[in-house]
Design a protein around this ligand. Structure first.
Ligand SMILES: Cc1ncc(COP(=O)(O)O)c(C=O)c1O
Length: 318
């Protein structure tokens, strides 16, 4: 079929002169197949940021109380301020999340947001704990599970997150191509969700919210798992090695199930200055002024040679 109804311009021979398939059919069915989800829907977003923002707006317009543990991903706070929405933040500081306390804070019709593994702490709540937490919520509540770092989880007997169809009836599982697949600049993410929620949320996103090249590259990544699993192993190795060196040098390092480490030191300001002089930009987590995390920094795992030089810089100064 020759598509003649969209006012496209193929005459100038540009590679991407056509609008993408508005259904994003190929990528959606590939993801469905990857997770074995015949009847579950897949929503594709311009980064998971677009999907999280849409869910926030939907909850706000539908007078849903939004609840999330804190400290967590800073975007949730930004959206809270942007929409001036009704939010309960449950503060845990550096402590592990208390499931009962979270469940008790979620009212009928509420929206619970869980970032797992959590940014910026790197902590991971195991699948069974998530299931237990969800079983305690009112049936009318919705759960947004932000699993941006889920592919890095390396816990014995744990698969990557919760993608069974029953679970997705109750939750919106939001994922991204920015981390494990390294496509942050392409802006593409997705959510696994029920058909009802898909129909509700799709209109909150633009019609053609993802570009054709982004769809193409994301599709090729899903088909090439082996390469990315190798990348993951390298990341975990570098992360754990760095963590060991930091601990030996007197840093307190939080356990991480992600591609970053969150840590501090009694002389953290001196270290930040030293790193800055050596060309490494690492900042304090200042948005978390109300918790112990405000003396922590977060560092993502870079390429081997950069990590090697960074480690040398730490060993030289200690
Ligand atoms: C927990 C979490 N969720 C979502 C995002 C946004 O990812 P995306 O690039 O898909 O918009 C990030 C980015 O750092 C993140 O840390």
């Amino acid at each position: 079929m020759i598509r003649m109804h969209l006012n496209e311009n193929p005459l100038v021979k540009q590679r991407y002169c056509r609008y993408p398939d508005p259904q994003y059919g190929e990528l959606r069915s590939l993801l469905r197949k990857q997770f074995g989800l015949k009847h579950t829907e897949v929503l594709i977003g311009n980064g998971s940021t677009e999907i999280i923002t849409a869910i926030f707006l939907w909850a706000h317009l539908n007078q849903k109380k939004i609840v999330f543990p804190w400290p967590s991903y800073i975007l949730y706070q930004e959206l809270e301020y942007l929409f001036k929405t009704d939010v309960t933040r449950i503060s845990f500081g550096l402590d592990e999340w208390d499931i009962e306390k979270i469940a008790d804070a979620v009212p009928e019709n509420g929206l619970l947001i869980l970032c797992n593994p959590n940014n910026p702490t790197g902590r991971y709540l195991p699948r069974e704990a998530i299931r237990r937490l969800i079983s305690k919520l009112p049936v009318s509540a919705t759960v947004l599970l932000d699993e941006a770092y889920i592919e890095y989880v390396d816990v014995e007997n744990e698969e990557h997150g919760l993608t069974d169809a029953d679970f997705i009836q109750k939750c919106i599982v939001v994922r991204t191509f920015s981390k494990f697949y390294g496509l942050a600049g392409w802006r593409i993410g997705y959510a696994l969700l029920s058909s009802d929620l898909f129909k509700t949320l799709r209109p909150y996103l633009q019609l053609w919210n993802v570009s054709a090249p982004a769809l193409e590259i994301a599709t090729s990544c899903v088909l090439d798992q082996k390469r990315f699993l190798e990348g993951k192993q390298k990341t975990l190795h570098l992360r754990d090695y760095l963590s060991g060196v930091l601990k030996k040098t007197g840093f307190s390092v939080l356990p991480s199930q992600t591609n970053f480490l969150c840590f501090t030191h009694p002389n953290i300001d001196m270290w930040i200055e030293t790193w800055k002089n050596e060309g490494y930009l690492i900042n304090l987590l200042l948005p978390f002024v109300d918790s112990e995390l405000n003396s922590y920094v977060r560092l993502s795992i870079e390429e081997d040679d950069i990590m090697e030089k960074f480690l040398q810089c730490i060993l030289k100064e200690r």
